[in-house]
Design a protein around this ligand. Structure first.
Ligand SMILES: C[S@@+](CC[C@H](N)C(=O)[O-])C[C@H]1O[C@@H](n2cnc3c(N)ncnc32)[C@H](O)[C@@H]1O
Length: 374
């Protein structure tokens, strides 16, 4: 019997223990914030199109945070021989899932690896950038984390696969992408309408832009704005710039910056919208706090932060099978820290007001907030 199989009894015992059962499906039980106007909008119990409720009954999945189950998985993952097997398993699962849904993972990857993308590195890389420690560890089953050509070449297929997982009933991957991204953009639009009055969106910063998928969606939604994509990986930025060059020229070309989103070096109060799309679940708590504080510094009064990422309250994520959540945690080292941090409070602590959270897919939430006018 494999070690994973032998652990299944322990899994099932542990997975029934949780102190975090919600008392109400639709209210936010946290005490009111010390300052600022806060509107927390929960989507529960709105049924999804397929009749499945969007929110689970817990505050966060049993496999995350400080539960016995979470600690048990942590112990399994820290056992090196098993970790290597899990890493491989997680990778096979991701590629297999993608190919099952007609995402040509290998073709897409080879197209980038066999292209001229390498020439972009010189113009995007900031050779004096000092990487934060967490960024230098193996990550997503890549030994060099996000600092490799393979990770950069596979990023678009991985992004598509995640959208399809989030909306499995979507007829095509493109459709799934449009739904997930469309709901995120709609949440931003609604927040702007409600809290930014008529103020224009002239400058947008997409922190953790990766290969530029979120950046391009933002540029298309706000075609007259100056849009900047910023990331720690010069490999990802090279792919972003390479792909952008292959598209029709924009009136306002996207600017790509290789920097740490926690300390960008960009001028204070120089943006109207700062986006962090699917970044924070990949960051330790201290980096998330740094990113939110830096966004606050960079935004003008009335400016908006928009975070989209895994929802701790997602029913789908809370009900993942033990095999899947163990594989997931083996490649996402900061999931526990992500789930344990109260993101809305972190935003309010940074000075943001009008903090709103809505579910924008059965797996994801979008949290938006505003910089007060003083
Ligand atoms: C999942 S990807 C983001 C995907 C992209 N925003 C999208 O929506 O398609 C997360 C990105 O965050 C970047 N990242 C992590 N920590 C960062 C930091 N401190 N500053 C800037 N980028 C960071 C990673 O390099 C990675 O490209």
């Amino acid at each position: 019997m494999s070690l994973l199989a032998a652990s299944s009894t322990a899994f099932s015992k542990l997975s029934h223990q949780s102190p975090l059962r919600r008392t109400s499906a639709s209210t936010d039980s946290r005490s009111p914030p010390p300052h600022g106007r806060v509107v927390v909008v929960r989507a529960s119990p709105v049924p999804a199109a397929d009749g499945v409720e969007l929110e689970g009954e817990l505050e966060l999945p049993r496999w995350a945070g400080e539960t016995s189950l979470s600690r048990f998985i942590g112990a399994l993952i820290s056992f090196k021989p098993l970790f290597s097997v899990m890493k491989l398993g997680a990778r096979q699962l991701l590629i297999g899932n993608a190919e099952k849904t007609n995402i040509p993972w290998r073709e897409m990857t080879n197209e980038i690896l066999n292209s001229d993308v390498y020439k972009e590195m010189e113009s995007v890389q900031n050779p004096s950038l000092v990487y934060p420690d967490y960024y230098l560890n193996p990550f997503h089953a890549y030994d060099e984390g996000n600092l490799s050509w393979l990770a950069a070449a596979e990023a678009e297929a991985a992004t598509m696969s995640i959208a399809k997982l989030a909306v499995p009933d979507a007829p095509t991957v493109d459709e799934a992408n449009k739904i997930v991204r469309g709901k995120w953009l709609k949440a931003i639009e609604n927040h702007l309408k409600q809290y930014s009055g008529n103020s224009e969106i002239n400058d947008i910063l997409d922190i953790g832009c990766s290969i530029g998928v979120s950046t391009r969606y933002l540029a298309e939604m706000f075609p007259s704005a100056n849009v900047t994509g910023l990331d720690l990986s010069p490999y990802f930025l090279s792919v972003a710039q390479y792909k952008e060059k292959k598209k029709a020229a924009r009136i306002k070309p996207i600017r790509w910056i290789h920097a740490n989103g926690e300390c960008t070096g960009l001028p204070s109060k120089s943006f109207d919208l700062v986006s962090l799309a699917y970044v924070l679940h990949e960051c330790p708590r201290r980096a998330t706090i740094g990113l939110v504080n830096e966004a606050f510094r960079l935004l003008r009064p009335g400016g908006t932060i928009a975070v989209t990422d895994n929802s701790p309250k997602s029913k789908v994520l809370q009900e993942l099978s033990p095999a899947k959540f163990t594989l997931l945690k083996s490649t996402e080292p900061f999931l526990d820290e992500y789930y344990l941090l109260d993101l809305e409070k972190t935003m309010r602590d940074a000075g943001f007001v009008s903090v709103r959270t809505i579910m924008t897919s059965p797996r994801h939430r979008t949290v938006t907030a505003t910089v007060p006018h003083c």
